[in-house]
Design a protein around this ligand. Structure first.
Ligand SMILES: *Cc1c(COP(=O)(O)O)cnc(C)c1O
Length: 382
C-alpha cells in the first residue's frame, strides 16, 4: 500500500494500562464492557477491540450491527453487545452474528425469538427510561416486555440497562442520583418479574469513576478506556471524593509530515477567505491534513500543531485536505518533518481536551471525527 502522509499511532500499551486501572475499581463479579462505537472513539475498531480483549475486557459494545459484523469478520468471537437500534428485519442477522442487544420494543423481541434456533436464547438488555429520554421505555412497558419474553423460548432478559444524562456535565449530581434510584427500582421490578439473573447495566465512564454503587453487574466504559477523562467536571468531582488517582493515559497520536516550506512577504493573505494576513516575513509549512480528514475547520486561526518539539500556529482557514502553519520561529523546518496534530512531541503536548476547547466541542468529538481514511497504526507505547 502507498505510504501515507497522515496517520494515527495508537498505543496498545496505554489502552491496556487504562483497562487495568478501571478493572481495579470494579468488584470481582462486575463485567467490564468496553464501548468501541465510532471506530473505537477514533482509535480503530479492530485494533482497539483486540487490545481491550487482550487486556481482559469481558464484552465489546458497538452501536450498530455492521460494526459487530466487522469484528466477527476480523475473527473476534468474544461477546458483542449492540447498544443502538436494531430493526426487527435485522433480527436474523443479529442472531447469526451471535450478539446480545439492547431492546425496548415488542416487535424486535418477537423477531429475535423467531430468528433464534431452538435450544438457543438471544440475550437482551431491556432499556428503561430514567430521565435521559433517548432510548428506553417506562417501567410499566419494560415489565410488559419482560412478561412477553417469559412466554418466548428464544430470548432471555439478561440485563436491564439505562444511561445517565449529565453525570459528566456538572459537579452537582442530584439528577444522576434520581436516575440511579429509578434504575434500581426498574432492575428490582424486572428481577421480581421472573428474571432474577438480570444484570444491572448502567454506568458509563464518569459513573464508573465516581460511584461504585452504579457498577452493579456491568459497566460500559467508553472515553475512559481511551485514556481521556469524560470532562473537567468529572475530574473535579472525583478529586472532591479522592477518586481521581486513577491514571488515564491517552493512546492516540495524530501525525503528518510537512509537505512544503515557504517564505511569505509581510502583508500577504493566507488561504481561503483571506482570514489571516502576515504581519512580518513569515515562514509557512503546508501540511496535508484538513477538515475532510477530521481536522475541524473550527480550529482555523486557533489551533497549534507541534513541529520540532515546538508549537506552530495554524494560519488562515483549514482547507479540505491542507492546512498552513507558522514556523517562522522554529528554525530548520524542512519538508518531511514530522508534525503532531494531537498528542506529544518532545516536551510539548496537545490533548484532545485542548483541541476541543479551541474547536468549541468535547474531547469525544475530536477523536471520533478523525476520518476512517486516516490509517491507525498500533504502537506499543506513545
Ligand atoms: C457511548 C455510550 C457509553 C460510553 O460512555 P462514556 O462516557 O464514553 O464512557 C455508555 N453507554 C451508552 C449507552 C453509550 O451510548
Amino acid at each position: 500500500m502507498a505510504r501515507r502522509l497522515t496517520w494515527c499511532e495508537v498505543s496498545t500499551g496505554n489502552l491496556t494500562a487504562n483497562l487495568r486501572e478501571f478493572r481495579s475499581l470494579l468488584g470481582p463479579r462486575c463485567e467490564l464492557a468496553v464501548v468501541v462505537k465510532a471506530n473505537a472513539y477514533g482509535h480503530g475498531l479492530v485494533l482497539a477491540s483486540r487490545a481491550f480483549l487482550d487486556a481482559g475486557a469481558d464484552v465489546l459494545c458497538v452501536h450498530d450491527l455492521w460494526e459487530a459484523e466487522v469484528l466477527r469478520r476480523a475473527g473476534i468471537g468474544e461477546p458483542i453487545h449492540v447498544l443502538g437500534p436494531v430493526a426487527p428485519d435485522q433480527a436474523l442477522e443479529a442472531v447469526a452474528l451471535g450478539v446480545s442487544l439492547v431492546a425496548y420494543d415488542a416487535a424486535l423481541i418477537r423477531a429475535l425469538d423467531a430468528a433464534t434456533p431452538s435450544g438457543h436464547r438471544t440475550r437482551i438488555h431491556l432499556k428503561v427510561e430514567t430521565g435521559t429520554h433517548r432510548q428506553g421505555v417506562s417501567l410499566e412497558e419494560a415489565l410488559a416486555l419482560a412478561d412477553l419474553a417469559r412466554g418466548l423460548r428464544g430470548v432471555e432478559v439478561a440485563g436491564v440497562a439505562s444511561h445517565f444524562a449529565d453525570v459528566e456535565d456538572t459537579t452537582h449530581h442530584d439528577f444522576a442520583r434520581r436516575q440511579m434510584d429509578l434504575f434500581r427500582q426498574g432492575l428490582d421490578a424486572v428481577r421480581r418479574a421472573g428474571w432474577p439473573e438480570a444484570r444491572g447495566d448502567l454506568a458509563n465512564s464518569a459513573a464508573t469513576i465516581l460511584w461504585p454503587e452504579t457498577h452493579w453487574d456491568r459497566v460500559r466504559l467508553g472515553i475512559g478506556a481511551y485514556g481521556m477523562w469524560p470532562s473537567a467536571e468529572t475530574r473535579v468531582s472525583a478529586a472532591m471524593i479522592h477518586r481521581d488517582q486513577i491514571a488515564l493515559r491517552p493512546a492516540l497520536t495524530w501525525k503528518t509530515r510537512v509537505a512544503q516550506v515557504k517564505t511569505v512577504a509581510p502583508g500577504e493573505f493566507i488561504g481561503y477567505g483571506r482570514t489571516w494576513r502576515t504581519p512580518r516575513s513569515t515562514i509557512l509549512a503546508v501540511i496535508p491534513v484538513g477538515y475532510a480528514d477530521g481536522y475541524d475547520r473550527g480550529l482555523s486561526n486557533l489551533a497549534h500543531v507541534l513541529v520540532r518539539g515546538q508549537r506552530a500556529a495554524v494560519r488562515g482557514r483549514i482547507c479540505m485536505n491542507l492546512t498552513m502553519v507558522d514556523v517562522t520561529d522554529i528554525p530548520g523546518v524542512v519538508p518531511g518533518d514530522e508534525v503532531v496534530l494531537l498528542g506529544d512531541q518532545g516536551d510539548e503536548s496537545l490533548s484532545a481536551e485542548r483541541l476541543a476547547q479551541w474547536a468549541g466541542t468535547i474531547n469525544y468529538e475530536i477523536t471520533t471525527r478523525i476520518a476512517e481514511s486516516v490509517p491507525r497504526v498500533p504502537v506499543e507505547t506513545t
